[in-house]
Design a binder for this molecule. Structure first.
Ligand code: HEM
Ligand code: PLO
Length: 485
């Protein structure tokens, strides 16, 4: 199917008609790790047939930058597959929608809402996150040093920040909706965008399929919950006072109804899906990063002590951390950067699709090719990183351990170019504040059964950590400071 005259294509894995390269590929390993191994044999860029889809894997940062930035527009679309179509109402949100006016407008409206929340005068991110950090610490203190799974409290904290952003509302600590949400969200991650059989051969959805049923059911529950929120908020809507993402979308919809502008139409479903993407991304990414950090700090108590020493010296106990402490708490910042390297949230980003005939390096790439950017091999490239398998936050610090540095450009945990993550600012602020608040107050200890977290993780649209337990113990220094205050 590829035209051959005078063109050079990336090396391709062996393949058969219909099944493509699948019979030759190892399906038991995590895809990003398998792709990194194939780099040894096939090189930095190679191709394979995923069933009928011609796909290219990019394992090296300058080639990846060419795809994402230099020729960003050529590669800015997304594949339409069965599972993401179910999640996004056939590509109506942002993350899984094809490159075009609809996607551009949704992104723009989210950006404008972000600007609202960066404004220091009103309800800004810093205030909202600190409020949630405070509730989070309160909930942790209430566990009284008992072994516990941090998943629910992390989920709630992240969910409330994003709920303020989307709807100007939040959930109470013991609201049963939160557990329900965590459950369906987990089930969506288990089943969506994993290149499962239905995504490769859409006709297989005609057969009974447990995963697909679970996905449909979970998406239905999610949509119901969001619709409930939307309905309440809609009643409060006032076009002269735009306070959150939903207001912003409703206003755009009203302005657009007269069709005076050239903008694409906004339907209720577009609104629901855009909010759904921001909600899902806002909760699942940051709560996971916080959990990965906690797990690594349990394994590396000396790193935890370095961070706490820095907090004690630069902040003390008379006030809680704020965003501008980021310049001072360089060891914590370095640790967060290292976590995003060693356990990237999206090890293969979200697949990209070529919108036109193009090229990567010396290779021809036909329109419609799926591009997997293997962030894992980029973050573990031994020619760019010293001992990439090792967890070493210091690699992001200068010799004196006073300044943050970027040791190589082979690093982009949020992607790059037109499809770069929209939430980077919020995510970094949230992870920093949650962790600094926690570590100022608590020591992290292994649970009663003495078991350390597994650092292996589960591959999916979000590279999740497997559930684990630990104890949060109020620090002696913190308790003493509270008593003398
Ligand atoms: C896309 C990383 C948090 C919203 C992405 C992509 C990555 C990423 C790698 C895909 C880029 C690509 O396909 O080229 C992260 C990480 C986070 C994080 C590491 C946390 C540490 C967030 C948050 C939000 C968010 C908090 C929302 C508030 C989005 C959206 C997209 C996206 C909407 C899709 C963009 C598009 O397709 O145009 N993110 N993200 N992310 N992220 Fe994030
Ligand atoms: C997470 C589960 C939610 O229930 C639905 C959802 C929506 C948007 C997705 C998000 C999930 C996972 C993380 C994604 C996000 C869009 C951008 C983000 C894929 C599936 C990343 C990291 O790329």
């Amino acid at each position: 199917k590829l035209g051959n005259l005078g063109k050079k294509y990336p090396v391709c894995l062996p393949h058969l008609p219909i099944l493509g390269s699948l019979p030759y590929m190892n399906s038991t390993e995590k895809p990003h790790i398998y792709f990194t191994k194939l780099k040894e044999k096939y090189g930095e860029i190679y191709a394979f047939w995923m069933g009928p889809y011609y796909s290219v894997v990019v394992n090296q940062f300058s080639l990846a930058k060419e795809v994402l930035v230099k020729k960003g527009k050529d590669f800015a679309s997304r594949p339409r597959v069965v599972t993401t179509d179910i999640l996004s109402g056939s590509g109506k949100g942002i993350a899984f929608s094809e490159y075009g006016p609809q996607w551009r407008m949704s992104r723009k409206l989210v950006h404008s809402t972000f600007s609202l929340f960066k404004d220091p005068s009103s309800q800004n991110f810093e205030k909202i996150i600190c409020q949630e950090a405070s509730s989070l610490c309160e909930a942790l203190a209430n566990t009284q040093g008992q072994s516990m799974d941090p998943a629910l409290v992390c989920f709630l904290a992240a969910a409330n920040v994003i709920c303020q952003f989307c709807f100007s509302s939040s959930w109470k600590q013991d609201d049963k909706d939160v557990k329900i949400m965590m459950n369906f969200s987990d089930n969506i991650i288990k089943t969506v965008a994993r290149d499962s059989l239905v995504d490769i051969f859409p006709w297989t959805q005609l057969f009974p399929n447990k995963e697909l049923i679970l996905l449909k059911d979970s998406v239905m529950k999610r949509n119901k919950l969001l619709e409930k929120k939307l309905k309440i908020q809609k009643e409060k809507f006032n076009i002269d006072s735009v306070n959150n993402l939903l207001d912003m979308l409703l206003k755009a919809k009203m302005n657009n109804n007269g069709h005076l502008t050239q903008e694409p139409e906004i339907t209720d479903e577009h609104i629901l899906m855009t909010v759904g993407d921001i909600f899902g991304a806002g909760v699942e990414t940051t709560s996971n990063v916080v959990k990965w950090c906690i797990a690594y700090l349990l394994w590396y108590p000396q790193v935890k002590e370095m961070i706490q020493k820095e907090i004690d010296q630069k902040i003390g106990f008379t006030r809680t951390p704020v965003l501008c402490d980021r310049h001072q708490l360089v060891f914590l910042e370095a640790t967060i950067r290292e976590i995003l390297r060693i356990r990237p949230v999206a090890p293969l980003l979200i697949p990209h699709v070529a919108t036109s005939d193009s090229s990567i390096g010396e290779y021809t790439i036909p329109k419609g090719t799926r591009i997997y950017i293997n962030l894992w091999s980029i973050h573990y490239d031994p020619t760019e990183w010293d001992e990439p398998e090792q967890f070493k936050p210091e690699r992001f610090l200068d010799k004196n351990k006073e300044q943050l540095i970027m040791p190589t450009s082979s690093y982009f945990p949020f992607g790059s170019g037109p499809r770069i993550c929209i939430g980077e600012f919020l995510a970094r602020a949230e992870v920093f504040l949650f962790l600094s608040w926690i570590l100022q107050r608590f020591d992290l200890e292994v649970p009663d059964d003495g078991e350390l977290p597994s650092l292996e993780g589960k591959f999916g649209v979000v590279y999740q950590i497997t559930p684990f337990k630990l104890k949060f113990k109020l620090r002696k220094a913190w308790r003493e400071a509270q008593l003398s205050a």
